[in-house]
Unconditional design. Structure first.
Length: 130
């Protein structure tokens, strides 16, 4: 295996974990006093997904601005597709626009955090040891 490709393993595992949790695994979490916790879970999962793919691209020296935009759109589309798959193929699951929106917002947040850290490194600010 090419040395740089090892960085993609965590990102692929995150994508597979999201697939499993969105389809056949369901781990409901209830936190008293926190409303819409599942939306936060969606946003966090997609934040980690987009960030981990961008980090893998950076570490494997395949990162470009254009590829980062592709990751942004791909992760967002992945979230919509999984919501649709839930609706079509799983009787116990259903499509929720708010889940899809949380997926996209998490993707944008992961993208933004990654770019803030990279820009900080290039300018000698936050992310210096990234």
């Amino acid at each position: 295996m090419e040395r740089g490709l090892i960085w993609f393993i965590p990102a692929i595992l995150v994508a597979l974990g999201i697939l499993a949790l969105s389809t056949f695994l369901s781990i409901p979490i209830k936190v008293e006093g926190v409303h819409y916790i599942d939306k936060w879970e969606h946003a966090f999962a997609y934040l980690v997904l987009s960030f981990s793919f961008l980090l893998a691209l950076k570490k494997s020296q395949r990162f470009t601005r254009q590829i980062s935009i592709i990751v942004l759109f791909s992760a967002g589309i992945y979230g919509f597709v999984l919501e649709y798959i839930q609706y079509q193929f799983f009787a116990s699951r259903h499509f929720e626009w708010t889940d899809a929106l949380a997926n996209v917002l998490g993707t944008i947040l992961g993208f933004s955090i990654f770019h803030f850290l990279i820009q900080g490194k290039m300018r000698g600010r936050p992310g210096k040891n990234f």
